[in-house]
Design a protein around this ligand. Sequence first.
Ligand SMILES: CC(C)(COP(=O)(O)OP(=O)(O)OC[C@H]1O[C@@H](n2cnc3c(N)ncnc32)[C@H](O)[C@@H]1OP(=O)(O)O)[C@@H](O)C(=O)NCCC(=O)NCCS
Length: 336
Amino acid sequence: MTTVRRVDPHDDAAFRTWYDTYTVGFEAGRTDPGGWTSPEAAAVYRHPSAAFPMAPFGAYDDADRCVGGAWAGLPQRENLQRLELNICVPPEHRRQGIGTALLDALIEFARQNGRTNLIGGLHIPVGVTDWPGVGFFTKHGFTHGITEVRRRQLLPVPDDRLDALAAKAKERASDYQIVSWEGPCPDEYAEQYANLKALLDTEAPTGEISYDVAEWDVERLREDEANLERQGRTLYATVAIAPDGTVVAHTQAVVTKHDPSRGSQWDTLVLTEHRGHRLGLAVKVANLRALQTAHPEVTRIDTWNAEENGPMVAVNEELGYRIFEYNQGWQRTLTP
Ligand SMILES: CC(C)(COP(=O)(O)OP(=O)(O)OC[C@H]1O[C@@H](n2cnc3c(N)ncnc32)[C@H](O)[C@@H]1OP(=O)(O)O)[C@@H](O)C(=O)NCCC(=O)NCCS
């Protein structure tokens, strides 16, 4: 019989076993998936974010061996109807009801917390047509909400290529000042930067999955930065500033000391009324230059975009990103 229980992230042995089991399921069938390293995961679960606390759950067999892992995230500032989840079962334990037992526990957890909308993600390698999670979600009444494409860029991008792209961006972006930083956002931009971060979930395409406007303020920004530091990650950010001093575009990428050859490209946003000035390209080129200069050990950087996000994908392809994997979002509404 399978038993599911919440894992205490402060119990080193239990947490490590959960992490290892989850990771085997997470990585199976994928190439270089780049999930959280164990110290990053420990920091995430031991110091939960106020905006998005996450809880680990483990599935155990009769001998109390961990045979599957999952996490549940409960947004606290917006999307209060939602529980986000992921379930990973190592291949040798699949098709024995373990994923279902974990999902049942997460549904119970959702109900206890008044959540009615479940969102789960799948990572599907290019060319694979029968990914287990698709059958699993379909069986459990989830519907496909969005497909995002994960693209990868190999680093370093040669300086002359970056120079050419920066010059191309400047043809239309010359009125804007481009400012980059490493780590925490300078105080002078913090409020505007927090406002920009709030917009991403509703400005970028999200398919059938609807998001509330996120509530970001300087306090949340600073908490997020403190969490990143605790996780061993360093953020690189670049903004574009209009002549009147308004911060109108930003991009951010992150490196981790726990997996130094890997980078991740996160948010990029240009305010609607400032689109068409190649600001997306301008901020990304400057940010990439800052990151690869400071971290020559990074050999690859990944980014995720909705399939239909034409403008962002065009910028990424121009920078040299190529398709690597598909991410799908699936959702289910819980009935009372
Ligand atoms: C998806 C996953 C969690 C399923 O775990 P599992 O323990 O094998 O799931 P269960 O045994 O409870 O399967 C329940 C039902 O889901 C469906 N299902 C599961 N795997 C399937 C597959 N490979 N193909 C088709 N249907 C599948 C079946 O209907 C199955 O019932 P059945 O075995 O009686 O036919 C596991 O394959 C996994 O870890 N995949 C990688 C991570 C992932 O994609 N997670 C997605 C969920 S967030």
